[in-house]
Design a protein around this ligand. Sequence first.
Ligand code: PEP
Ligand code: MN
Length: 474
Amino acid sequence: RGVPALSRRHTVSVSAVASEPRLAPTESLNAKNWTPAQWRSKPALQQPEYLEPEEVKKACEEIARMPPLIFAGECRTLQQRLAKASAGESFVLFGGDCAEAFSQFSANRIRDLYRLILQMSTVLAFGGGVPVVKLGRIAGQFAKPRSAPTETINGVTLPAYRGDIINGPEFTAEARRCDPWRLVRAYNQSAATLNLLRGFSYGGYAGLSRVSQWNLDFMKNTPEGNAYMDIAKRVDEAIQFMIACGMDTNVPFMRETEFYTCHECLLLDYEEALTRLDSTTDKWYGCSSHFLWCGERTRQLDHAHVEYLRGVHNPIGVKVSDKMDPNDIVTLIAMLNPQNTPGRLSIIVRMGAKALRAKFPALIEAVQRSGQTVTWVCDPMHGNTETVSGFKTRRYENVRAEIEAFFDVHELMGTVPGGVHLEMTGDNVTECIGGGASVAEEDLNSRYHTHCDPRLNAEQSLEIAFYVAQRLRQ
Ligand code: PEP
Ligand code: MN
């Protein structure tokens, strides 16, 4: 595909939007021409209204003195992996809670999500025949965009819950107060979470010889659990065969795995405090997470979130609904990835199956015509939210239908489906309806634990992995 011939339209739009001197498209942003605080000169949507700005400053200063949560070198490796996914040489699996919660923080929950992601990756790699890039929505996925700034129940109006990094979910004035010191608590929980994830990844838990031990207890004797054990058995046999042929078991892929973190880049005070200059490259990195994405509600070209994200050198993503216009997506991509670096930018599409079939082809066509390289990812969750018996839920069949539509459209266009982005948990919850586990409407209130959006449970997630593996094989 080569370097894009940047269209006239793109050049005009960028200069009309940015008030700073315009950068040549080949020039990269570094300490001289971008600062982590320059988003402050632009409108920032979805930010909390803190009543004590001095305390916010103090909390952020404390975070700014803390070590980064990730290394820039890890981001560069991840970017290479994502570049492969854009070319169909690997597949990306994003998964985790809609919102992490202080009250649900536990080693077992982290382990169960991690283990489920390993199981799904095994299914995808074995069934689909491609390496899988694993990204947890974890260790920083706290702040939530809201449809309204306040919530009214029985005539009482309080600020909306914006995620545990900002305020509490309980419907009381005290809980809903935006507390700046939650920023530090979220950092600490993220650090502890990452510490455990790194232990699992490099301490032996994720070694391929343990593939049959990853099945979750409550999945034993379920159809998905059994189908998984079939694959695990075949992986074990293949390993035994390779050992018999003389393979050294002391190689990295037998002992460890790469696991990356991601979250929505929403709360810019927090992101700024964790933005660090990488000494090897003299470039800025958002060190709260390996991968950051811009939400559907905050991706305006001339606003603060795009301003922040264009300056950090992590691999990044943008959520895109059916409201996105084909010309605007080209302009946005050019702003966020002016050098057209493969792996730098993932477009995470979330439209619902019907709108996706209607609107996605035009976006792909515009991006292709401009010569831009992106990794296309399907988020089949956020275009499929509905309310049933008072619960925010999603139907398994709609989630699956959107993935089906995503693969169909790529097939039609001759382009590459690069990954899926799921809200899911290793817990045995009843938040989404349907699937083989057949959570019924009347089951919703039995184990509905999410503080925000409904998640696929372990069985539903594994079922999705089997479906995606089948599509990858075709
Ligand atoms: C999310 O991923 O939880 C989210 C809020 O997504 P979106 O920005 O696509 O609505
Ligand atoms: Mn969500």
